[in-house]
Design a protein around this ligand. Structure first.
Ligand code: C5P
Length: 234
């Protein structure tokens, strides 16, 4: 299990790196690690910390209780999410054949989603993504030619065939390592790990995601996350 947590969280506003900001008094990253550890199938969590904050993150995790069966290691991250995941993968021991990648920014994903993803990989899928249908219609746009010019719509994909993809995404380890190596060599980028596997031409399977697996990106997401936690405690 690799958790990239090295992002700055600029869209959340000024402050500490996103993963270290508090959600109900506990850092977002600690919620995310606990959410992964809630699955009995997760034995090791590799946390990818901001490059200048690995020691701080290690201390933080040492200070917060995790189940005894879950080991964790902290490694320094890179400039992009892709690089951070690549660095995290290098810290996964050779005997682990199923690897999950989970955004620290999705602290509230329920254990049932984690279990469903792991099961699908163990059943033979080389790549698995949890996903939900979209509420909004999505437009593809042509970027504005000059700053201040309007963007123009070029296409409206059929909404029923679109899915919003979440994490944890699950992989056959060799497939993911190969995908990262190939995409990095080609100098290409991807905003999620399954996207790299797609570039290899390997099949990616979809399983049901969950509303509570949303990504904490903007200030309103923090309000929603606190409300979800309050409802869980009620
Ligand atoms: O930027 P984005 O929302 O796609 O980030 C998703 C996840 O990737 C977050 O958990 C963030 O901490 C992580 N990330 C990272 N290293 C970076 C950028 C983002 O680990 N350089």
């Amino acid at each position: 299990m690799v958790i990239p947590a090295a992002g700055r969280g600029v869209r959340l506003g000024p402050g500490a790196p996103k993963a270290l900001r508090a959600l109900n008094g506990t850092p977002i990253l600690v919620h995310a690690v606990r959410a992964m550890a809630a699955s009995r199938a997760v034995s090791l969590v590799v946390v990818v910390a901001p490059a200048d904050g690995a020691a701080e993150v290690k201390n933080l995790l040492d200070d917060h209780a995790l189940p005894d069966r879950t080991d964790y290691v902290v490694v320094p991250g890179g400039d992009t999410r892709q690089e951070s995941v690549h660095l995290g993968l290098k810290a996964v021991p050779d005997d682990i054949t199923t690897v999950l990648v989970h955004d620290a920014a999705r602290p509230l994903v329920p254990a049932e989603v984690v279990d469903t993803v792991i099961e699908a990989v163990r059943d033979g899928a080389v790549a698995v993504v949890p996903a939900l249908p979209l509420a909004d219609t999505v437009k593809e746009i042509e970027p504005a030619e000059r700053p201040g010019d309007p963007e123009r719509v070029v296409a409206t994909p059929v909404r029923a065939r679109l899915r919003a993809v979440q994490t944890p995404q699950g992989f056959d380890r060799d497939t993911l390592v190969n995908a990262h190596a190939t995409v990095a060599l080609a100098g290409e980028g991807a905003t999620d790990d399954a996207g790299m596997v797609e570039k290899l031409g390997a099949p990616v399977v979809v399983v049901p995601g969950h509303e509570e697996a949303f990504k904490v990106t903007r200030p309103l997401d923090l309000v929603l996350a606190e409300a979800v936690l309050a409802r869980r405690r009620a």
